[in-house]
Write a protein that binds this ligand. Sequence first.
Ligand code: SAH
Length: 378
Amino acid sequence: MSDSRVNLLNFDRQGMEAFFTELGEKPFRTTQMLKWIYQFGVSDFAQMTNLSKAMREKLTAIAEIRVPDIIEQQVSDDGTIKWLLQLEQGNAIETVFIPENDRGTLCVSSQIGCALECRFCSTAQQGFNRNLSTAEIIGQVWAANQAMKVMPRNQRVISNVVLMGMGEPLLNFNNVVAAMNIMMDDNAYGLSKRRVTISTSGVVPALERLKAVSDVALAVSLHATNDTLRNELVPINKKYPIKQLLNACKFYVKGDHKRKVTFEYVMLDGINDKPQHARELVALIKDIPSKVNLIPFNPFPGSGYQCSSAETIEMFRNILKKAGVISTTRKTRGEDIDAACGQLAGKVMDKTKRRFRREEIKVSRHNINNKSISGRIL
Ligand code: SAH
């Protein structure tokens, strides 16, 4: 029975060593196994020819290498690829590959949906189901390589991984850390710590813990320069306000002179894109080794926001530049297949009743407007 077998994709090096030790095997089995799974893309123990036959049989009986199935692939005009991956109980998540001249970035999801309610993000509208397992996170990298027919041992097509897909990675701490360990392990994907980026909306206590267990690159979704606006756009700010968040960022980069925080800043027309906001941003981050990534807002139905104009974004950037802040404007990729930032949707069996609440609000507004009660919801 598949259910009772342990999925080896759930183990980083440490976990895998414990697994083999328990089997009475030598630690070098871990290296062999990591190489087979991640560098050669093998998911069948029978093909692992440097393991004894008895060992392969034993593994087949007690373990498995199970990755999420790809149920849909869409390729954008600009080469971006989006995959829909099937999980159990009708859930599905999305993973996006973004090819550029000098790199290939895979944007992976960390949760089914998202428990946070950032106002400008379409994943937030979907509600939340659960955390992804380590296997389901690293399985996205495995499945993407497989779909592109890449054997990582010989070819590195995915050179960067960003945890910027669906979900808040720091709210799925242990599984995300283990998956990132596998991404960076020399016997697995071997990516450098500067090429694995975790993006967070600002879960401060988890960010403080992260430094002790990982040294991946950090991106922080700032999006506003004062607490009033950030409380509205990124409601977790009510719990961990800007000052606390920035202190945690300072702490994260301390002691590594090469490390910088990337502050993500979504450009929302008339909301956070005024010259005064740019100046406030400069003041906020001036003593944190950092750069700013301006993200043109990607609209989705019912968001209520619009993207700032190209001129406004340019103006905003110029103010940052004059103040000596390094900034880039994120190129929107894969828009034609809804693969851009904030557009990932998947299929989320919402457990938060968020959609229901939204429907209720919509209906009550409708009733007030029409002064009549028509129909029932649900
Ligand atoms: N929860 C994490 C990672 C997922 S979102 C975080 O908040 O950082 C990845 C990035 O896309 C974040 O900076 C997020 O704010 C941004 N984003 C979300 N919706 C967007 C949209 N509609 N347009 C542009 N960027 C968006």
